[in-house]
Write a protein that binds this ligand. Structure first.
Ligand SMILES: *Cc1c(COP(=O)(O)O)cnc(C)c1O
Length: 375
């Protein structure tokens, strides 16, 4: 069976992990964490990046740093992973779900403005499949209405929009380094802070509400509890694992893109024949091949396709029950406007195996299996 995902791994990982262990100190903010933070800052151009324990906790930090208060509203797509929503619920936000665009499955920027009320505090956008949402339009709306923008760039490491790295355009960007993502530290993520005036608040929040980071820089002579906080630092051992991949980030990216393009070329005839829809990458976007998906006619056809692929040794999956139809989505939020695309397309979308190092032979098997279904 061809796996849907194999977590990225490069052979330098054990050596770096041994190095991390060698000084018997693997707590947070060690040498490998610092290297990873610096890599993110250099690669993305972000003024400050902090590794976190997950993409979810990076989103939680962003939500708190947006100063969301109980009763404030956050606008977000319904077609996303629970973390986008649950991070906004943490400080007490009411969720306002907006429909997605069918071409990219990103939030429909033309439907945002109508969802804004005097309670709206922030827009949480998702760069689905590592393809950017329409950030010019979204930032324009946000600035005109004085709203914060959080980019859930969990899937968008190494992607850009008009030359800018995803995660560096809104007020905050959030990366995930979960093992299902392009770069992995097992569990982990990063917060990208684009407004320097939030740096200190972010450090305090991440360090259990203390000004410890300032103390370590020698800016104060003792540290103390100064505000709300939690613990969002990953172990340096995990950072060492991630570092082995960041060092060869371009190679991993190129390998994924090559697979993505093989699929895309192979399935063009099916699209031309009107049998499937393939992903769209808008002109301004450079993506990272986080995902290859296609859309079937309907739910029934998708179920039959997935079964057919399984019979042919290919494990394909779908995802995201729209959050507004999930029990917690109904409790914490509402859908604004009409759901034209979200539910319909969530039932048609199927994701094909794509991971760093997938063999040409396996890619061929997947292509043949899909084609034989539509013959
Ligand atoms: C993976 C993912 C997350 C959560 O990341 P974790 O590191 O698993 O916490 C959040 N949002 C989106 C869109 C994701 O794909």
């Amino acid at each position: 069976m061809i796996s849907f995902n194999v977590p990225p791994y490069v052979p330098t990982a054990p050596g770096y992990m041994a190095e991390a262990v060698s000084n018997h100190k693997i707590c947070g903010d060690g040498p490998f964490t610092k290297k990873c933070n610096a890599w993110i800052e250099e690669k993305t151009g972000c003024q400050k990046a902090l590794l976190t324990t997950s993409g979810t906790t990076a989103l939680e930090m962003a939500a708190i740093l947006c100063d969301i208060q109980p009763g404030d509203e956050v606008i977000l797509p319904s077609y996303t992973f629970s973390s986008t929503a649950t991070s906004a619920v943490l400080p007490g936000a009411k969720l306002v779900f907006v429909d997605v665009r069918s071409d990219t499955m990103n939030i429909d920027e033309t439907k945002i403005e109508d969802a804004i009320t005097d309670k709206t505090k922030a827009i949480f956008i998702v760069h689905y499949a590592g393809v950017s949402a329409d950030m010019d339009a979204i930032m324009d709306i946000a600035r005109r209405h004085d709203l914060k923008v959080v980019e859930d760039a969990a899937q968008g490491v190494m992607s850009t929009y008009k030359g800018k790295a995803l995660g560096t355009i809104g007020d905050f960007g959030c990366f995930s380094f979960h093992e299902t993502k392009n770069y992995s530290m097992g569990e982990g993520g990063a917060l990208l802070i684009n407004d320097p005036s939030k740096n200190e608040a972010a450090e305090i929040l991440r360090e259990k509400g203390t000004n410890r980071a300032k103390f370590f820089r020698g800016q104060i002579d003792k540290y103390t509890w100064v505000g709300y906080g939690s613990s969002y630092l990953p172990s340096d051992l995990n950072a060492a694992y991630l570092w082995s991949q960041l060092e060869v980030a371009d190679e991993i990216n190129d390998d994924r893109l090559a697979t993505w393009h093989k699929y895309d070329e192979a399935f063009k005839p099916l699209e031309d024949a009107g049998k499937v829809e393939l992903p769209t990458v808008p002109e301004d976007c450079v993506h990272n091949a986080h995902m290859y998906y296609m859309k079937c006619k309907d739910l029934d056809e998708r179920t039959r396709l997935i079964d057919h692929l399984k019979e042919n040794g290919v494990y394909a999956v779908f995802h995201y029950i729209p959050l507004h139809s999930a029990p917690a989505g109904q409790e914490f939020g509402r859908f604004h406007g009409t759901d034209e695309v979200t539910t319909r397309d969530s039932e048609r979308l199927v994701r094909l195996p794509l991971y760093y190092g997938i063999s040409d032979e396996d890619v061929e098997t997947v292509i043949k299996a899909v084609n034989s279904f539509y013959e």
